[in-house]
Design a protein around this ligand. Structure first.
Ligand SMILES: [Mg+2]
Length: 124
């Protein structure tokens, strides 16, 4: 595919796991961030095609990061990476402009399907 991705999660193993899956799909992981501030800065700097956005970050919830990203690019494509029990946060995120979500612990086929569907028809 050759699309670019920013991975945002405060858990190292989660970023590593997502990186593996996305790189195996042929995507280019251009940066990782571990908090909302870093997520917004890296998004503005790199303008990736996709953001995988953890909903629970040390400095803010994922919605604040999402809002900051969408403020700089209303067309930003973000997939929320949420946990079970975060239903209302996920719904708020979708309303705010997130394109889709996955629930941790996720399985690889589900991640691949969600990402492929979102990037389908999107020029790399
Ligand atoms: Mg987290």
């Amino acid at each position: 595919m050759g699309h670019t991705v920013l991975i945002v999660d405060d858990a190292d193993f989660m970023r590593a796991m997502l990186r593996d899956i996305l790189e195996n799909m042929g995507l280019k992981v251009v940066a990782e961030a571990c908090d909302a501030d870093g997520a917004i800065k890296e998004y503005r700097r790199l303008r990736p095609d996709l953001v995988m956005l953890d909903t629970t970050l040390p400095d803010a919830d994922g919605l604040e990061a999402l809002t900051g990203i969408l403020a700089s690019d209303p067309e930003a494509r973000a997939i929320l990476v949420a946990s079970l029990g975060q239903r209302s946060l996920v719904l708020s995120g979708i309303k705010a402009g997130a394109r889709d979500f996955i629930i941790k612990p996720f399985d690889e086929p589900r991640v691949i399907a969600t990402v492929s569907q979102l990037l389908e028809g999107c020029p790399a």
